[in-house]
Ligand binder design. Structure first.
Ligand code: ZN
Ligand code: ZN
Length: 355
């Protein structure tokens, strides 16, 4: 992987001598090293993974072509100091959106004579457009989610708790090939479904409840994300009304997706439909987000997103209506932005399912 060369370009543009990458996903993206602790160091001449003994062998295996530096008793500060001296670094970039302030302080105190230069999301942004391999992994992760949805429908019975259903979803995600959940599964029933990011509780699912399930898994490091809302038992008129508005908004937004639009323009397509139907104030989150090594990436599809959507980005499309004291609906698909529109990675049924 020659991604370090892309980082070297950034170094030049930012007029710094080297960069210390602390964000674990960026470290993995650029070098291949998926360990949980360490830094990636890249200068014009060198690219190295700095880690501790627990990860040395892993780094050697995963970060092909990288110098692997195992820290000694002097810790990270000492190891970093050495490599900076070797490269005569005067200006060292660090990821200001990731590095803990306490770690920054340690570095600052240890690295006398070196200017620490905060950089923003320049390296994270390298991950926006997905490669063929990345797309394959995300697609596979989403396919696992689809498979779990089919099976969970045969499992859900009134009287089960939200936690039981969430546990079953997470179990099945692993059984079908996921490495782990991409985030703790959301299972929200009845009035709990009015909270977009409800945490599963001991509440039992009752006949007549909306049941929202939002989950995903990780496959080869890459996340998936999907949401379906069903009704346990027969849906009443109000439930049908809300469901159909959310579905209409979702389909319209999917239809609108194409490269060259701003994230906020796609958000507006869904938002207008929901607001015009009389549910202004009931859709308080953005329409979607990008997905990759991390579950919530940029650019977003949100009212404030000025960035353009581009061919090769992966975005969720997840409008919702949430009514206090009643319940809520969210429908979420994961799509690839293509040259002419989109390719939907999610294939689970979106007609209102009454269990
Ligand atoms: Zn989701
Ligand atoms: Zn999502």
């Amino acid at each position: 992987m020659d991604n370090f060369k892309r980082v070297q370009k950034i170094i030049k543009q930012l007029n710094i001598d080297a960069v210390l990458v602390s964000n674990g996903n960026n470290m993995r993206y650029v070098s291949g090293f998926a360990g949980e602790t360490g830094y990636l160091y890249i200068s014009e001449k060198h690219h190295a993974v700095i880690t501790d003994f627990r990860y040395t062998y892993q780094a050697e295996a995963e970060a092909e072509g990288y110098e692997i530096i195992t820290i000694g008793s002097g810790g990270y500060e000492e190891a970093i100091k050495e490599i900076l001296n070797r490269d005569k670094v005067k200006r060292l970039g660090f990821e200001s959106e990731d590095l803990l302030y306490s770690k920054y302080e340690h570095l600052r105190d240890a690295l006398e004579g070196v200017e620490l230069v905060p950089i923003k999301d320049e390296i994270t942004s390298l991950r926006r457009i997905k490669t063929k391999n990345e797309l394959e992994y995300i697609k596979k992760a989403e396919a696992i989610g689809d498979k779990v949805f089919t099976e969970i429908l045969t499992f859900i019975k009134p009287g089960m708790t939200e936690l039981e259903i969430a546990a079953k979803i997470e179990y099945l995600l692993k059984i079908y090939g996921g490495e782990r959940s991409s985030f703790p599964a959301i299972v929200a029933s009845g009035i709990n479904s009015s909270m977009p990011h409800a945490v599963p509780t001991h509440k039992k699912v009752e006949v007549g409840d909306f049941l929202t399930m939002d989950y995903g898994c990780v496959y080869k490091g890459y996340c998936s994300d999907m949401t379906r809302t069903i009704v346990v038992g027969k849906a009443n008129d109000k439930q049908k009304e809300i469901y159909n508005i959310v579905l209409e908004a979702q389909l319209a937004a999917l239809d609108a997706i194409k490269p060259g639009l701003k994230g906020k323009e796609i958000d507006k397509v869904a938002r207008d439909i929901i607001y015009k139907a009389g549910y202004e104030g009931c859709f308080g989150h953005g329409l979607g987000h990008s997905v990759g090594l991390f579950i919530h990436e940029n650019p977003r599809l949100s009212p404030s997103e000025e960035d353009l959507i581009e061919d090769g980005m992966v975005e969720t499309v997840e409008p919702g209506i949430y009514i206090r004291g009643f319940g809520g609906v969210r429908i979420e698909d994961l799509v690839l932005v293509t040259e002419n529109g989109h390719e939907n990675f999610t294939h689970s049924d979106k007609t209102l399912i009454e269990l």
